[in-house]
Design a binder for this molecule. Structure first.
Ligand SMILES: C[S@@+](CC[C@H](N)C(=O)[O-])C[C@H]1O[C@@H](n2cnc3c(N)ncnc32)[C@H](O)[C@@H]1O
Length: 202
């Protein structure tokens, strides 16, 4: 069982994938903005740029990007989460894959890693995931990652992955820092922030 599956089963239950999809549908129905990540990507490149949604889960980000005209691929290691994505958008490309060994055979303009996928990686796999994410980017391509930096911004008992570790792993993967925010709508980052959105380029 992955770290995500363990946390999701403990905090939500065995039907966690369905409940995750339902939670975002309910938020959208209430009028909440659930597309901050897609809007962030849309501010980086114009459609029909190629975007990899890495750790896509139920497809929330990729589906929105496809609606905006982007050419998207969604990859996740959790078949139950991906089944929700496939149900909602069967016309899109969804693949089961582990970011720590990922080889899509394609190159992307943007790789987006949303929804705490970084701290949910398996222990000891950050460096390998960073290298494999970087390898999916075209020269000059952008990697955008958003994740919590404290317990209030992480699911269940997910451990914090220190930002310095992520910076080191990305540097080792040949990625250069471009910018950093504390929200997907580009609020400035400072060291008290409980959430970070990192932007790197290859
Ligand atoms: C909280 S969900 C977020 C899903 C989606 N990105 C979103 O924002 O709605 C985290 C996802 O990361 C995925 N994940 C964690 N480690 C992964 C890995 N090594 N390879 C692929 N997916 C992974 C989990 O399976 C889960 O679907």
């Amino acid at each position: 069982m992955t770290r995500w599956q363990q946390i999701a089963r403990e905090t939500v239950g065995p039907d966690y994938a369905q409940r995750y999809a339902e939670r975002f549908r309910a938020m959208a129905a209430r009028g909440d903005d659930v597309h901050g990540e897609a809007a962030f990507v849309a501010g980086l490149v114009d459609p029909p740029a190629r975007v990899l949604d890495a750790g896509c889960g139920t497809g929330r980000v990729a589906i929105r990007l496809a609606e905006l005209g982007y050419d998207v691929l969604g990859v996740d290691v959790d078949a139950a989460m991906l089944a929700m994505a496939r149900d909602e958008a069967p016309e899109l490309d969804w693949r089961v894959g582990d970011l720590a060994v990922l080889d899509t055979g394609q190159r992307f303009d943007v790789v987006v890693v949303a929804g705490n996928t970084i701290p949910l990686l398996e222990p000891g796999s950050l460096e390998s995931a960073a290298a494999h994410l970087a390898a999916q980017l075209d020269e000059g391509g952008l990697l955008a990652c958003g994740f919590g930096l404290d317990a209030a911004h992480l699911p269940g008992d997910c451990p914090v992955t220190p930002l310095a570790d992520v910076d080191r792993a990305f540097a080792a993967a040949g990625l250069a820092p471009v910018d950093r925010f504390s929200t997907w709508d580009r609020a400035p980052y400072d060291e008290t922030a409980g959430y970070v959105v990192t932007l790197h380029s290859r």
